[in-house]
Write a protein that binds this ligand. Structure first.
Ligand code: NAD
Length: 493
């Protein structure tokens, strides 16, 4: 018998903004609900529907806190990050359950995300303390020439729902350790887990105004977060459309870092281990219900091995358990919201209309345990025309388009013929082809015999073309660069 998951919510809790060290209601006096995507009758919490006035207050508070925070000893800033990391670690189970309830991913994945977020805070606590300028040899023996790194000022952090804790952590930690102050606006689909990060920083003793938290609709709060003259930088992760909008609106003296959409290919060569290739596609395309920006959405396969590969892919996909993120063994949870569900179903229809063969899945699951959630069976299309919509546009759900080719050259041409360039992989044992692929492919993250998903916190992350602004990378040591400006000092004596 199926385990029934009952969430007992007698009263919906209301959560506030965090401005100038105080948890406070929006000036608007309005709220909105965050809903469990596995059970749309389960309200996770009620959050402030903020307006421009709230954002104004948050930015002013960050501006006021900046001089003191930028002068605070780096070791003190680091100890606050470490303390916040400990709070996340100590509460990992409870936080993971909240994350699952709010976003839908399996609780084991949610636990990993909580722990990775804590690790990210710790990583930047260390790395940020040794981030320095350089000295330059010069011909004047009575002069030292060096660069110094300074924080920028107020930074707006705008984030999506798919990694609602780890993406904010990888932006907020480098911003804070380098001495910036922050106004953070999370996705309205996942405000609770975002609030928990701010709460951890608050409990860790962060001075008032250094981090501010404002929830609400992009149409109410987005513009001011980007255009306010005190905002010196906007770090954003989300859709390419929103990223382009923000990038255009930001002022001349405001830096932008945009991590955007993808249409990530995985090429299966004719010498590939087809079991491995199918497993990589299942893990890269369907884990997190296909809602990873680096998720595999196109498989470009050499014609000779296509039938055997597709057979293995369908076999492995049909073994995936779909269900609530609290159930053991579940590999595919609900989509994160209704808009996502409609979008995925729309693209399944586009695939059929454009003549592709639906080999597996694509159904909206509506009965039994699935009836209250946004569930869809993962979809595999074959005979996909490389110019059709499912081959070109980001779907951001569990839909994989298999495209057949005759040669490596054809595979690369198709892989590169999209507007995105986030992540890409090839499955081959041929070292020459693998090496050539790293040069030919237009992607910021290039993998060989690995999933398109997954990136290290200590290595640079970002895309090419419309997947990122081609300015600053996130993650790793280079992730600190975005949050600092350089001064070159000529010191004569
Ligand atoms: P989204 O663009 O709808 O929203 C992201 C965030 O931006 C939310 O907080 C939203 O309220 C805010 N926002 C939206 N429009 C805005 C505007 N005009 N001005 C200011 N703020 C605005 O994206 P989403 O649906 O939350 O997330 C899914 C998208 O995120 C996918 O396209 C996915 O590829 C992308 N993503 C990219 C990465 C990456 O690192 N490249 C990682 C995760 C997700």
């Amino acid at each position: 018998m199926k385990k029934v998951i009952v969430v007992l919510t007698t009263k919906v809790a209301t959560f506030n903004n965090y401005i100038n060290g105080e948890w406070q209601e929006s000036v608007s006096k309005k709220t909105f609900n965050s809903v469990n995507p596995a059970n749309n009758e389960d309200i996770v919490g009620s959050f402030q529907a903020s307006n421009k006035q709230d954002v104004q207050l948050a930015i002013e508070s960050a501006q006021t806190a900046f001089p003191s925070w930028s002068q605070t000893a780096p070791s003190k800033r680091a100890s606050i990050l470490n303390q916040a990391a400990s709070i996340l670690e100590q509460n990992v189970q409870a936080l993971a359950e909240e994350l699952t309830r709010e976003e839908g991913k399996h609780v084991d994945d949610a636990k990993n995300e909580v722990l990775r977020s804590a690790q990210t805070l710790r990583y930047y606590a260390v790395e940020g303390q040794s981030f320095t300028g350089e000295t330059f040899p010069n011909d004047d023996s009575n002069m030292k020439v060096s660069t110094e790194r300074e924080p920028l000022g107020v930074v707006s952090v705008i984030t999506p729902w798919n990694f609602p804790l780890s993406i904010p952590a990888r932006k907020i930690a480098p911003a804070l350790i380098t001495g910036n102050t922050v106004v953070f606006k999370p996705s309205s689909d996942t405000p609770l887990i975002a609030l928990r990060l701010v709460e951890a920083l608050d409990k860790a003793g962060i001075p008032k105004g250094v981090i501010n938290f404002v929830t609400g609709k992009a149409s109410d709060v987005g513009d001011l977060l980007v255009t306010h003259p005190s905002v010196r930088a906007v770090t954003f992760t989300g859709s390419t459309a929103a990223g382009e909008d923000i990038h255009k609106k930001a002022g001349f003296t405001t830096r932008t870092q945009m991590e955007l959409g993808g249409k990530n290919p995985l090429i299966v060569m004719d010498d590939a281990d087809l079991n491995l290739a199918a497993t990589l596609v299942v893990n890269g395309g369907f884990s997190l219900t296909g809602q990873a920006c680096t998720g595999t959405s196109r498989v470009i396969v050499l014609r000779d091995v296509k039938d055997e590969f597709v057979q293995k892919l369908v076999e492995k996909t049909s073994a995936l358990k779909i269900g609530h993120g609290f159930e053991p063994g579940v590999k595919i949870g609900p989509l994160a919201n209704e808009k996502q569900l409609k979008n995925v179903l729309k693209y399944v229809e586009y695939g059929k209309q454009d003549g592709a063969t639906l080999e597996y899945g694509g159904d909206h699951l509506t009965s039994g345990e699935y009836q209250m959630g946004f569930y869809v069976k993962p979809a595999i299309f074959t005979n996909v025309n490389p110019n059709s919509r499912i081959a070109k546009e980001e779907i951001f759900g569990p839909v994989v388009a298999v495209i057949e080719v005759d040669t490596y050259e054809e595979a690369i041409a198709i892989a590169n013929d999209v507007e995105y360039g986030l992540s890409a992989s090839i499955v081959t044992n041929n070292l020459r082809i693998a090496n050539q692929f790293t040069k030919d492919i237009q992607a910021g993250t290039v993998k060989v015999n690995r999933t398109t998903t997954g990136n290290l916190m200590n290595a640079p992350f970002g895309g090419l073309k419309k997947s990122s602004t081609s300015t600053f990378r996130e993650s790793g040591r280079v992730g600190l660069e975005f949050f600092t400006q350089l001064k070159t000092v000529y010191m004569g004596y």
